[in-house]
Write a protein that binds this ligand. Structure first.
Ligand code: SAM
Length: 236
């Protein structure tokens, strides 16, 4: 039995509310609750897409901007970070000053209705954002629209892992330990929503089929850390 809504307009409003609510503890809890592994996952994710200085990149659901900062630091690409939650963007903007990355544009916007022309970007990344959209297919259609032909999309996400001992242990941690530890630092519902949102999301194969339905080709899924998290790459 679900506590939260996992589709549609109500979900979008709720997601916006919780990320605005947890923005100040988001980075700390990410690294703390994942024992820092999330930093390695993001690095591998970025490497999988092979950026260059000439790339025009859209980081959808950028949050506090960690993926955008990592791309900028290593590859100096032109980047726009877009997010629904203004408080997450405020943290990203503050961080950009400290990191000498003030040329990254952080803007408010909805992944399901992107404020860009067709064929505007040659890379699009979304890290732990897709699962949070109200309408995932609508989001993917928008990503396809704003990407140039032959350009790449990268998705980093918690997808339903295959049932193994490690994935069962992880599920136990995610469902029982993580929300309790997080509640010591934040009274937000966000950390109860997180495991439930993964339970209600797609398997790698289901996401592959959806990407192909939208028009993407050469879809590949690469499981990290026993399938706890997955990098999905595809081309327009
Ligand atoms: C788990 S955070 C991920 C942030 C960042 N990409 C990272 O890797 O840490 C999910 C983000 O998705 C954003 N988000 C959710 N739905 C969105 C939508 N429809 N459009 C844009 N951003 C959205 C939230 O506001 C939140 O900042």
């Amino acid at each position: 039995m679900n506590e939260f809504t996992h589709k549609g307009k109500n979900k979008k409003e709720f997601v916006k509310y919780i990320f605005n609510d947890i923005s100040t503890t988001y980075d700390f809890l990410n690294h703390f609750l994942s024992l820092g592994i999330d930093i390695i996952w993001r690095k591998k994710f970025i490497k999988s897409l092979g950026f260059s200085k000439d790339d025009k990149v859209l980081d959808v659901a950028t949050g506090t901007g960690d993926v955008a900062f990592a791309i900028k630091k290593k590859y100096k690409s032109e980047i726009i970070g877009l997010d629904l939650s203004i408080n997450m963007l405020d943290i990203a903007k503050k961080k950009s000053k400290k990191m000498n990355a003030e040329d990254i544009v952080f803007m408010e916007g909805d992944a399901e209705n992107l404020p860009f022309d067709d064929n505007a970007f040659n890379k699009l990344v979304i890290s732990y954002g897709l699962r949070n959209l109200g309408d995932c297919k609508k989001g993917l259609e928008e990503f396809y629209r704003v990407l140039k032909p032959n350009s790449k999309i990268g998705i980093l996400e918690f997808l339903h892992p295959k049932s193994t001992i490690i994935s069962k242990l992880f599920k136990f941690y995610f469902n029982n330990i993580l929300p309790r530890v997080a509640s010591l630092f934040s009274n937000s519902k966000a950390y109860r929503y997180l495991p439930e949102s993964v339970e209600n999301f797609m398997t790698p194969n289901e996401l592959k089929i959806l990407l192909e339905e939208v028009g993407f080709k050469n879809v590949s899924c690469n499981n990290l850390t026993f399938g706890i998290t997955t990098i999905v790459n595809a081309e327009k």
